[in-house]
Design a protein around this ligand. Structure first.
Ligand code: B12
Ligand code: SF4
Length: 450
């Protein structure tokens, strides 16, 4: 059997180190025909020993997963491209095998990453097509026939959502799994792919598709039990918006209960009004943390961002989640089209009325291709056609500067611990590692709720 080494390039440990779930799916697609190993750069010691590990394993193919491009923080923006270039240099010094890129970050900027990392091939979109690429390489057929495959000569890419099997291969004994279990105890899980909404700035529908592909609840529950049995203390559901399908997410909750899941879990939710008892049922199934992608409390701004709810619905959704005894966080994204001092104040006033919650404020919205914000920024001359956006560019509202927004939020927050401004790196850097070292588990933002 030929050997594939899958490397997770992500070394970001904030707000916490994230288990490389995407590679479990790529490994799942490959495992019947290839011997697969995963090397996770987050795992202690791997960054130092990667070259040696590659030489020892002698892979026939190397897949490199590119998740984060940068920390997406206007206040203290840090990019990771140079780290990836350094890693690719090390891979090349230790192996002559083809290097194939993939991952969500890669999918946003496939041509730019191909050039910057001088890779042999890439797959934009879902990595389940990896074996098709390898088969084409081995059969010497045209690799560009495989949807999403990028070569050094590719100038435009087309790919569609994967319709075949999506099998996760989870190895409870793998060294990297043990690392996440010992540090924060959080593993992750996907219950569907795709987001049907069209928020103006968001890349998720481009990465995962607009059409929801719902996974079988009993199978998801089986996977959740597998994570629990491996020692997970918390599960993060990575869906774009867990409640985008109320029916399916409710079935997942019931399947969790039937499978005897007893560890807490959480994920991203859209603050839309839920059916009666929705949150109560999910709380009974172990849901503890609800992270609402709220973005604004001003209806004009919400409409500009093309959010699928109004400020009035946010209040209702918030109360529904609180009534079920859940921990609630709201993410805000300020500085988009039409943001003014008044709309910011309206959001802050709205946040004041959202009791017992944590707020994460991001000021300045990163402009990504394939979004309607990209078109707005182009029309307004904030970016130009063909501009390489792998170096982050943030949308600037003509009516209020980022600095003014940050100052307004910080003044209004007045040092309240549950108001986090920016990616929250400084507070998170101080608090989280110490808590994880002391054996605390989960996302831990609930400790900020006063
Ligand atoms: C869930 C999530 C989070 C959660 C993760 C919680 C957890 N415990 O898992 C939280 C909230 C913590 C988080 C944090 C951050 N996130 Co986030 N997150 C996501 C999200 C929604 C899903 C990621 C996921 O797990 N998907 C499910 C798996 C199965 O899919 P996947 O990894 O993409 O893998 C598939 C393909 O990409 C491909 N693939 C993957 N690897 C490979 C490798 C090869 C060789 C091939 C061929 C294919 C391939 O095949 C897989 C199966 O189809 C994505 C957006 C999205 N919809 O993708 C953003 C996303 C990954 N996050 C992003 C960012 C920026 C961040 C933060 C930096 C934000 C911040 N400042 O705090 C941090 C970084 C955290 C860290 N330590 O790395 C960006 C990354 C791009 C960028 N701009 O840099 C994304 C893409 C969102 C965006 N803005 O566009 N995130
Ligand atoms: S912001 Fe959330 S709800 Fe809107 S398109 Fe993105 S993932 Fe979907």
């Amino acid at each position: 059997m030929k050997k594939v080494l899958l490397i997770s390039a992500n070394m970001m440990k904030l707000p916490y180190a994230v288990y490389p779930l995407g590679l479990d799916y790529v490994a799942g697609a490959l495992q019947s025909d290839y011997h697969v190993e995963i090397l996770d750069m987050n795992e202690p010691g791997v960054a130092q020993s990667a070259g040696e590990r590659i030489r020892e394993y002698e892979p026939d193919y190397i897949g490199l997963s590119i998740r984060n491009i940068d920390n997406t923080d206007t206040i203290d923006c840090r990019g990771y491209l140079s780290d990836y270039q350094e890693l690719v240099g090390r891979i090349r010094r230790n192996s002559k095998s083809p290097l194939i890129l993939g991952g969500s970050g890669f999918t946003i900027f496939p041509l730019e990453f191909m050039r910057a990392l001088d890779a042999d091939y890439g797959i934009a979109g879902e990595g389940e097509s990896f074996p098709l690429l390898l088969r084409a390489l081995e059969g010497k057929t045209d690799v560009t026939e495989v949807a999403g495959v990028v070569t050094r000569d590719t100038s435009s890419i087309s790919y569609r959502a994967w319709t075949g099997a999506m099998d996760r291969s989870f190895d409870a004994r793998a060294a990297h799994t043990k690392y996440y279990l010992s540090y924060g105890g959080m593993l992750n899980l996907q219950t569907k792919r795709g987001c049907p909404f069209r928020c103006s700035y968001c890349t998720y529908p481009h990465i995962e598709g607009h059409k929801m592909r719902l996974f079988e609840p009993a199978e998801i529950a089986r996977q959740a039990r597998e994570l629990q049995d491996a020692g997970a203390k918390y599960i993060f559901i990575t869906d774009s918006a867990f409640n985008a399908s109320y029916g399916h997410s409710m079935q997942v909750g019931r399947a969790f209960r039937n499978a005897g899941l007893s560890i807490p879990w959480g994920g991203f939710f859209a603050p839309t009004v839920a059916p009666d008892d929705y949150y109560k049922e999910l709380a009974d199934a172990g849901l503890t943390h609800v992270e609402f992608g709220t973005e604004s409390m001003c209806s004009v701004t919400l409409a500009n961002l093309q959010k699928p709810f109004s400020a009035a619905e946010v209040f209702l959704a918030h109360r529904q989640a609180l009534a079920a005894g859940l921990f609630v966080a709201h993410y805000f994204l300020l500085g988009g089209p039409g943001e003014t001092p008044d709309t910011v104040r309206e959001t802050l006033k709205g946040a004041d009325e959202l009791e017992r919650a944590v707020f994460f404020f991001f000021c300045g919205i990163r402009i990504y291709p394939h979004t309607s914000l990209f078109d707005t920024a182009l029309r307004e001359g904030q970016i130009h056609a063909g501009q390489n956006l792998i170096e982050p560019v943030f949308y600037r509202s003509p009516f209020i500067s980022d600095i003014e927004i940050i100052k307004t939020v910080e003044d209004h927050a007045g040092g309240r611990l549950n108001w986090m401004v920016g990616a929250g790196e400084s507070k998170a850097t101080r608090i989280l590692p110490r808590l994880y070292e002391r054996g605390h588990t989960g996302p831990l933002w609930e400790h900020l709720i006063s």
